[in-house]
Design a protein around this ligand. Sequence first.
Ligand SMILES: Nc1ncnc2c1ncn2[C@@H]1O[C@H](COP(=O)(O)OP(=O)(O)OP(=O)(O)O)[C@@H](O)[C@H]1O
Length: 284
Amino acid sequence: MSHRAELPNPGAVLHAPVPAAASGGTPGTGPASVTVENLTVHRGSTDVLADLSFAIPAGRITGLLGPSGSGKTTLIRALVGVQKITAGQVSVLGRPAGDALLRNDVGYVTQAASVYRDLTVLDNIRYFGAMHGRNRADALEAATAVGLGDLLKRRAADLSGGQFSRVSLACALVAKPQLLFLDEPTVGLDPVLRADLWSQFADMAKAGTTLVISSHVMEEAGHCDSLLLLREARLLAQLTPAELRRRGGTDDLELAFLHLIQADELAQEHTPGAMRAQALGGAR
Ligand SMILES: Nc1ncnc2c1ncn2[C@@H]1O[C@H](COP(=O)(O)OP(=O)(O)OP(=O)(O)O)[C@@H](O)[C@H]1O
């Protein structure tokens, strides 16, 4: 397999000035980075995403949470512009998802690390940085940000699993995208590293980066400003962690999500589709 084939999305994506009028407002949260209207995706004969509409606020961390197979990766792929959509509209930083002019502004860290195994940590990061006009100092900054400052000269093939996936993250960070999609970035990391990464994400959001982070670990939802809860291809709710706790009737986010799922099941059994969102207390 060629190196290119190992890298589904080399260097991830792009930068274009955001037209001032392009990003519509997200009620109560400021301007939106992404707006999605009636997004539907079929893969094979499966309805993978069914009529999703929502907006992602700029400069915040949005968590994309849901059980395995609920459609998280497919949704991220649709927002990045690498997923054929069946219906609906996806606008990213004021442009259609996947628009070439977004290439320096949108980063995507896939679930499988996209790293050249025979290059060192630093060379991997420099390579991806060069695609976005970044220099050695930027590469060093990205390596340090993910805790790989002491392993710059080590070949990627000789890293541990967690270190390897952090190289992939650094390869996206080095581009300094204003919108960054991370598909389960904390899988396989120990609790200390996970906490470090979430603190890093919080710093990036404070500096103005918009982050969309998928996870199936509900405990991680507490680190997010806003949550998109997916279940079986549908958007169950968009809400803050505090709202999830309140609606779920417990401080335990996992349990709260379960309660919402149970409410949804009941609503599906007893309520016509059009009234379902109302029964859930305003899922949008
Ligand atoms: N190429 C494909 N053809 C048909 N169905 C697919 C294809 N890729 C994914 N699916 C199905 O789409 C659904 C959503 O998959 P997706 O990978 O988006 O879920 P996910 O929430 O990211 O799951 P996980 O947490 O396990 O990674 C699953 O039922 C999956 O089997």
